[in-house]
Design a protein around this ligand. Structure first.
Ligand SMILES: O=C(O)c1cccc(C(=O)CC[C@H]2O[C@@H](n3cnc4c(=O)[nH]cnc43)[C@H](O)[C@@H]2O)c1
Length: 234
């Protein structure tokens, strides 16, 4: 399994859930933290483009090494849509959606798919979402990927109107999912809520609580990932 976070503080929060010695493995363009349990952790960078590039590098290196990953998890802190995703809570993506990939028109936003290009949503395996959401006691729903953190109530309301199932937003999930899809590897996204989506108040972000929730989550998930059978969805 490859776990891709944005920043080292998130990677380290995930790493705390894995016991045993870890080693760093340097790849061209990426530094992996290989846990004793055999999972690789990657601080893939902030934003969908860098996260996609770093994740693709790690996936390619593993494939060339003859040890392809069976699962990629995008994990980190994120903004939660109240009241479904309060501070310190966890959410699991059943849809990973690029919320600002498209065109603005006089009639509103058009996703790239309506322009005839690509995709705007990746769907993690249903059976995996079910068991992870159950193990964490966390809701499953859409997690949005944005290149600009929402900072006003108006933008938050617009996103919610376009994505009524949205629980949270982050900046990397869709990029990680694009890289995983290119390699035919299933993807999952887990966000720990550090702040509400809405008017910007950086001083009110509860980063420590969210990082602690991330550690606790991965502590619960080791047996879940181990027993998950990808063929359950086929
Ligand atoms: O300052 C710190 O100590 C610190 C520790 C861990 C993470 C950070 C970040 O700033 C991570 C940036 C990362 O967080 C995601 N994020 C968090 N809230 C939102 C949001 O409201 N909207 C979108 N993204 C959010 C995002 O994925 C960033 O990459 C700082």
């Amino acid at each position: 399994m490859l776990v891709a976070t944005a920043v080292p503080a998130e990677r380290d929060a995930v790493a705390r859930a894995f016991s045993g010695p870890a080693e760093d493995v340097r790849l061209p363009g990426a530094l992996l933290r290989r846990t004793g349990a055999g999972s690789d952790l990657l601080a893939a960078g902030v934003g969908p483009a860098l996260a996609a590039a770093s994740t693709a590098g790690a996936l390619t290196a593993a494939a060339l090494d003859g040890r392809p990953y069976g699962l990629v998890v995008s994990a980190g802190i994120g903004g939660g849509f109240p009241p479904a995703a309060p501070l310190g809570s966890l959410v699991v993506a059943d849809a990973i959606t690029a919320a600002d990939l498209g065109a603005e028109t006089a009639d509103g936003f058009l996703p790239v798919t309506e322009l005839g290009f690509g995709t705007v949503t990746h769907r993690p395996p249903e059976s995996l979402v079910r068991v992870v959401s159950g193990a964490l006691g966390a809701p499953a729903g859409t997690v949005l990927t944005v290149s600009t953190v929402t900072g006003t109530a108006a933008r938050g309301a617009e996103l919610r109107a376009r994505h009524p199932r949205a629980l949270a937003e982050g900046m990397e999930g869709f990029g990680v999912a694009e890289a995983a899809a290119a390699h035919g590897v299933p993807v999952l996204e887990i966000r720990a809520v550090s702040n509400p989506v809405g008017p910007r108040d950086r001083a009110a972000w509860r980063i420590g609580d969210a990082l602690a929730a991330l550690t606790e989550a991965f502590g619960k998930l080791a047996p879940v990932f181990e027993s998950w059978n990808p063929h359950d969805d086929q």
